[in-house]
Ligand binder design. Sequence first.
Ligand SMILES: Nc1nc(O)c(N)c(N[C@@H]2O[C@H](COP(=O)(O)O)[C@@H](O)[C@H]2O)n1
Length: 383
Amino acid sequence: MPRPHVLLSAAVSLDGCLDDTGEGRLLLSGAEDFDRVDAIRAASDAILVGAGTLRADRPRLLVNSQERRAGRVADGRPAYPLKVTVSGSGELDPGDPFWTTGGERLVYTTDRGAAVARARLGDAARVVALGAAVDWAALLDDLGGRGVRRLMVEGGARVHTQLLRLGLADELRLAVAPLVVGEPDAPRLFGPGAYPGGPRGRMRVLGSEPVGDVIVTRYAPTAPGTTDGVTAADRHWLRLACDLAADCPPSETAFSVGAVVVAADGTELARGHSREGGDPVVHAEEAALAKLPGDDPRLATATVYSSLEPCAHRASRPKPCARLIVDAGVRRVVTAWREPDTFVPGADGIGVLAQAGVVVAEVPELAAAAILPNRHLVTPTVS
Ligand SMILES: Nc1nc(O)c(N)c(N[C@@H]2O[C@H](COP(=O)(O)O)[C@@H](O)[C@H]2O)n1
């Protein structure tokens, strides 16, 4: 099951604070912005907050608009999204309104915390143990398995920080309020640490709009992952590679493939697709790499995204794409679809890459998109 789309939602002051240090909660948003948040909740399958936020703010996490709840029901969904919290200790207060209002509730915790949470909450929530520590990737896999396609995360700072640092957030929707808190101890949205792409990595701006007196901007992380684990940004770039494959001139004798080369900071360096520019035999990865100088220093930390595993054998050129990638000095490849035996039986481009020390991450959930423009070339059992 695919992981849900993870949307981090937050409001901050101009100096990046979530709150001030005074009594009660600092109201950063006005009525229009609260209504915007209500609309995102209504469009989500689940809403998640950390246990710290639950204790501090006692949120109910409801969809307040009756019309929006009715719309959900008309679409065959529950009136309220699933409410999710994450707690290492399981020390949760059953008196909080979170447990007695709105939709069904789910607690993710540790093996140790599960017994505590079950004893405290009884029937108020389902409790899922994730091992010795809370494993965020496992949590998202579990939510995907429960049919959650859109997850809204409403904080707090620790949860936002962890999801962004792990590369598990697809989108950040940030409301910036026109005030400066100025207090050194006020809580800030993101804590210190190593974020994907490092301090110079830039996110992509998806859009921006004024809502009352706040400005809401939507960002998408772009910096590739660094391991064989797949991040949200990896999925974005690989989806683009699959879209490029769909744009290839059709062929009965070769696959349609798309490829994108992305620098460690999230900058797109080059893209290509099969048979690009009227060359009937050029491959996607080859076309993309050919657009970069061979000594481009960014290649050593770049990731190549290819809808199909890079080829291991070629008749039409001296070097297969797996070799071109190794020779370019690229150390990481992300791909959606292992090559079927249509043209070259037993082609193992992933093996060639791995043997040369290149990290390969596979995203089987995007295989269907990679296969789509090639469906006439594969047997029905493969597709
Ligand atoms: N990775 C990749 N990118 C493309 O754009 C492709 N067309 C292919 N096809 C595979 O490459 C091998 C044959 O290449 P030639 O036809 O000899 O150039 C074979 O393994 C095809 O399946 N791969």
